[in-house]
Each structure stands twice: as C-alpha cells, then as structure tokens.
Design a protein around this ligand. Structure first.
Ligand code: GLY
Ligand code: MN
Ligand code: MN
Length: 437
C-alpha cells in the first residue's frame, strides 16, 4: 500500500498544468533539526515536497519548469558519499532520483547556487511557499538578486512572485483512492492503539504508560511515529486542550482523554476517546459523555456533498447548548445562548479541521468569503468536546474538572461519508464492555 510512481507524476503534471506560462516552481525539502548536541529530532519530510516527489531525504529542492524541453522536473539532492553514508545512512543521489523517483534530471544540492539562477532567468512567474522557511527565502532572494545584478547584460529577472500554496493545497485537499486507502489504514492502526490503551488502563498507572501503549501499537503495525504529540490527560488535565506532559497518575473515579493518531506512509490519523480510568462512567461523566457523543453523531450526519463546512460545527453547537441547558449547566433561552456563544465556556474550539499529510491539513475553509461546500475526496475530523474548568464556580461542584472530547476522521464520499476510525468504540456501554474484557 503506497503511492505509485505514476501518481506522483500525475500530481506534478496537474500542478504544472495550473502554472502560468513561462514560469518556474521551487519546492524545498525539510532539513534535519538538532535536538541537542549531535542528536537530531526524527526527520520528517516537508509535506508539499513529499506529496510531489515521494523522496524522503532532507536537503533537496524540487524544481518544476512546465514546457522545458530538456526536462520539466528537476531535483537537487544530496550527492552519494561513501563516508557520509557509512555514518548516516543511504542516499539515493542524483542518479537514484532519476531512476527510482522518476525525475527528468537531478543534480547535487551543492551545485544549486550555480544552476538555479540560470533556470529562473527569463521566467516571468516564480512560485514558491513564501515565508515558511527563512533559509530558503534568503536563497530565493539571492538567486533573484544575482539575476537582477546582470540586467545590463540582458538578464531578465522574474516579475511575479506567487505563493505556491494557492495551486498546490487545493490539489492536496482532494484525496485520491490510494491516499484514502492509506488514511483508512492510519485510522485503523490508531483505532487499535486506542483499544489497547483502554485495555491497559488501571487506577494507579500513569498517563505516560498509556502513551507508551499507544506508541507501541503504532509501531507494531508499521507506523513508527505519531502524527502529533499524543495527549493523555486524566482528570482535570483533560480540560487543557493540548496537554501533552502526560505525567500524572491515573486516579480511580476520573476520566482520561486520549488524543492520539499515527502517521502512516506520510498520512495522519487523529482520534480522541475519553473513558473512565476504572472502567465505569459516573452519573455526571456519563451525562456529559452522552451529550458529546450525540453532538458528534449529529455532526457526522451533516458530512455529505453539498453541505457546507460549517454545518457539522453548527450541529454540535445546537446539541451541546441544548444539552447543557437540560443538565442545568447553562441557563436561559437556547437561541439567545447560541447567539451569545455561551457554550464557549465549555466548548471553545471548532468541530474539526481538514486531515491529510498534515494533521491540520491544508486547504481553504472559505471561498469568496463563504464557507465552502463539502465534496467527495475531502477528509476532515469531527471532534466536539465539553470541558468544565475545575475553577468554574458557576456550575455545581460535581461537574467541575470533567473534560471530554470524541474525535473521528471522516471522508466525504459521493453519497455521504465514511468514518475511517470506526475501529475503536465510542458508545459508553461499548467502552465499558471493552474495558471489562
Ligand atoms: N490532535 C489535534 C487535534 O485534534 O486537532
Ligand atoms: Mn483534530
Ligand atoms: Mn486530535
């Protein structure tokens, strides 16, 4: 299960078909990042670069020149080097970039300053992702300034700079069949990891031990890294939306919220489940849990072609506001409370985001100022929550410190939607049954 060489070629072609005539696009790879003296953070390729090349090494630049007779797709990459490879691992080198990765031509990255100005010279448009990578911004400006310094000899610097994101990110928003298969697998592995955490959960164990169970399950299934730092928050830690210290002891009677998803073949899953540390929801926990679940189910029902991006979110707001009134946590008229945003004391984020190679994936949410329509091939999360701050003195004490989120990954299909993360239970009775087994 991979993205084929021909799919990478199709992606590049589609991008080049959208580029203006007489133009060039420059797409840099990610660089390694120091963690502490002589040690690096695990390398993660830049998503745009990976999307267009499948090339997983650091320190490369992809150059696309639509219509160029001597090759439209050029890659600058690290040269082969026996000593460096002995210490740090295999490199494809320019020859491998052509033979294995289907580039038209490739050059050592060390030669880029000598070659790229000549490729840019005479082009009217230059496309690149401005302002995301200081080093690359400076390189591009240096190449352009080198051309500008030669205008008296007839050199022609580019006149138009366009953010590549406008062209590329719209394409990335729509997932191909192969991408959807990989994302379903990422969802499946992540579901299994959440099930494993539920099985291993006991009062007296620690949040980081559940994090470990999740990471181990990811790796068992071929996903070495999480798509983002796993969140394991028990008790009131669940009310901190991005809590990832994961250091506290699991207390009998508390809930634990786990937000964790693996990265599989470059694609993210993003799942949240909330369950009782001792395997049994209390009355208050169950009441709020069922409310969040109803909001989530109502939102998923709204995921279908033709509906707009905000409809699932608006559904969660209606269900949560009505439910909080019924439970006595909000007081007043439902319509007015929604208008005033009263639910935001308990539900302070939106219902979801695009999902893909990046966990908060690329793609516009509005078009011409209006929420965009959902279309087949889009993948999004649906993740409402209720978080009752431990310091919220406006509600009876029994509710305070309860934090609940339920998050699934949902692909828009021709007729509705498909939940990619259905492999982990979310109905309270089913969670209790799994934990008791
Ligand atoms: N895990 C990050 C998010 O749910 O958006
Ligand atoms: Mn999410
Ligand atoms: Mn999440």
């Amino acid at each position: 299960m991979t993205i084929s060489k021909s799919e990478y070629a199709r992606r590049r072609k589609r991008l080049m078909d959208m580029m203006a005539s007489n133009s060039i696009a420059l797409i840099p790879a990610a660089s390694e990042c120091t963690r502490s003296r002589d040690t690096q953070y695990p390398f993660r390729q830049d998503s745009d670069f990976l999307y267009l090349t499948g090339f997983a090494e650091p320190d490369g630049v992809l150059v696309l020149i639509p219509g160029r007779r001597h090759g439209q797709v050029l890659l600058f990459c690290r040269d082969r080097d026996p000593t460096m490879e002995q210490w740090h691992g295999y490199r494809a080198g320019p020859d491998g970039a052509v033979s294995t990765f289907g580039m038209d031509d490739a050059f050592p990255i060390d030669d880029i300053d000598d070659i790229v100005p000549g490729l840019v010279e005479g082009k009217q448009h230059i496309y690149y992702a401005m302002g995301h990578n200081d080093t690359f911004d400076r390189s591009v400006m240096a190449w352009v300034n080198q051309i500008r310094s030669q205008v008296r000899t007839g050199a022609k610097p580019p006149g138009d700079f366009t953010d590549l994101a406008f062209l590329l990110h719209e394409q990335r928003l729509f997932k191909s069949a192969a991408e959807l298969r990989i994302m379903a697998k990422a969802g499946d592995i992540s579901s299994q990891a959440h099930c494993q955490a539920m099985r291993e959960c006991r009062p007296g164990r620690y949040e980081y031990q559940l994090e470990g169970a999740i990471a181990r399950t990811f790796a068992e299934h071929g996903a070495r890294f999480p798509a983002y730092n796993s969140i394991v928050g028990s008790g009131a830690n669940a009310c901190v939306l991005h809590y990832d210290e994961n250091r506290d002891r699991l207390t009998d009677g508390d809930l634990v919220l786990i937000d964790a998803g693996c990265e599989y073949k470059g694609y993210a899953a993003d799942i949240t489940r909330t369950f009782p540390v001792n395997g049994k929801f209390s009355t208050e926990q169950r009441a709020l849990y069922d409310l969040v679940l109803n909001a989530q189910l109502a939102a998923i029902k709204k995921v279908r072609p033709g509906n707009t991006w905000n409809q699932p979110h608006d559904a969660t707001v209606r269900v949560i506001t009505r439910g909080l009134i019924a439970l006595g946590l909000l007081k007043g008229n439902e319509k007015q409370l929604i208008k005033d945003g009263a639910y935001r004391d308990f539900y302070m984020h939106r219902a979801g985001h695009w999902l893909g190679m990046d966990v908060h994936d690329v793609g516009d949410y509005r078009i011409d100022g209006k929420w965009r329509q959902l279309e087949p091939g889009m993948v999004l999360t649906i993740e409402p929550g209720i978080y009752v701050s431990p310091t919220n003195t406006k509600v009876p004490k029994k509710w305070r410190g309860i934090g609940i989120r339920i998050e699934d990954d949902v692909a828009v299909t021709a007729s509705g939607c498909q939940v990619l993360t259905a492999g982990v239970p979310k109905v309270a009775d089913d969670i209790e049954a799994l934990m008791a087994s």
